[in-house]
Write a protein that binds this ligand. Sequence first.
Ligand SMILES: [Zn+2]
Length: 121
Amino acid sequence: MEKKCLDCGDTIRGRTDKKFCSDQCRNNYNNRLNRDSNNYVRNVHGLLRKNRRILSDLYSEKMIRVHKDALFALGYNFSFFTHIIENSGGQKFHYCFEYGYRETGDDFLELSMNSQYLEYQ
Ligand SMILES: [Zn+2]
């Protein structure tokens, strides 16, 4: 059975265990894989930084109690955060880097800032 190069799709001649017709094609293929995963990391990092900036702007304007819709309107993405901290009172804060919020149950959020570096076990 004919095998096709994973990069260019040409028929591979010679050994049947080869995946690429040339070193060039293998390099192209691997570079593309790396670039795609780098793009993913870059995009997620961009979302996190945008979330952080929104929280940090509000926080610096002393907007500690904010309606969820206000964050939505600013383009906040609630799916992305860096970590969760639960304080001694059992309140759970979602953080984007050092800025976080907790839901107060009425569609309002209470913002918080914590620049302490936490080491997790
Ligand atoms: Zn090829």
